[in-house]
Design a protein around this ligand. Structure first.
Ligand SMILES: *[C@@H]1O[C@H](CO)[C@@H](O)[C@H](O)[C@H]1NC(C)=O
Ligand SMILES: *[C@@H]1O[C@H](CO)[C@@H](O)[C@H](O)[C@H]1NC(C)=O
Ligand SMILES: *[C@@H]1O[C@H](CO)[C@@H](O)[C@H](O)[C@H]1NC(C)=O
Ligand SMILES: *[C@@H]1O[C@H](CO)[C@@H](O)[C@H](O)[C@H]1NC(C)=O
Ligand SMILES: *[C@@H]1O[C@H](CO)[C@@H](O)[C@H](O)[C@H]1NC(C)=O
Length: 166
């Protein structure tokens, strides 16, 4: 079992890590960034906040990740991208750090077969007002902590504990 000191350390860590509230979305879910996926349908499933990330996973030999303006998104014009996120690994991250619309396409003709994504980024809700008790009231923060942070921290703590016992 975990020692009380370790558990306490974990709780402190979880409380002190506001940046982990942000979420990373793999574009297209299991299908990734590819042709013949309707990314309008995919994106409509989520609310994107500032501080969130998009993760594009795709065939690096064929496709790319370009940010374009609305006009060029609609017409699949890749000639004047606002930003080229393509690094060459087929694994690119985009920080959604501004509240605005973002438009992404793949060039090389794939945009015409649906490889285009528009996301609307809204302001991250401010953390709950400080209260006397240490309750976490925002469901978003609660979900992330319970789904991602807490299991991760507990896993680290378990390893840490076993190391201490050697
Ligand atoms: C929408 O999100 C739910 C829950 O994460 C997931 O099960 C579902 O496959 C998603 N639908 C689309 C179209 O991405
Ligand atoms: C997008 O950029 C093109 C030039 O590549 C320009 O002609 C067009 O007016 C721009 N559209 C918007 C909405 O800014
Ligand atoms: C985007 O950047 C990659 C890697 O630097 C490069 O190979 C590619 O030609 C660029 N694409 C465009 C459309 O500028
Ligand atoms: C947002 O991210 C882009 C690309 O990662 C970066 O160039 C830009 O400086 C960032 N803007 C802010 C306001 O942090
Ligand atoms: C994606 O689906 C929406 C809603 O069903 C539809 O309006 C839109 O035309 C589709 N987009 C593409 C590129 O097929």
């Amino acid at each position: 079992m975990l020692s009380p000191a370790t558990v306490l350390t974990c709780l402190v860590l979880v409380v002190m890590l506001p940046e982990v509230w942000s979420k990373r979305y793999t574009v297209g879910g299991n299908q990734g960034w590819t042709s013949n996926v309707n990314y309008t349908v995919w994106a409509s499933n989520y609310t994107f906040y500032t501080e969130d990330w998009l993760f594009f996973v795709y065939d690096r030999n064929q496709m790319d990740v370009l940010e374009v303006n609305k006009t060029n998104y609609e017409t699949c014009n890749a000639e004047h991208p606002l930003h080229n996120y393509t690094t060459g690994a087929g694994r690119d991250v985009v920080a959604l750090n501004v509240t605005r619309n973002y438009y992404f396409i793949s060039s090389k003709g794939f945009c015409y077969s649906g490889m285009k994504l528009a996301v609307h980024v809204v302001k991250t809700p401010s953390p709950p007002k400080p209260k006397p008790e240490k309750s976490v009231s925002s469901s978003r923060i609660y979900n992330l902590k319970s789904q991602i942070v807490f299991p991760t921290v507990l896993a680290i703590a378990a390893v840490w504990d076993s190391l201490l016992r050697i």
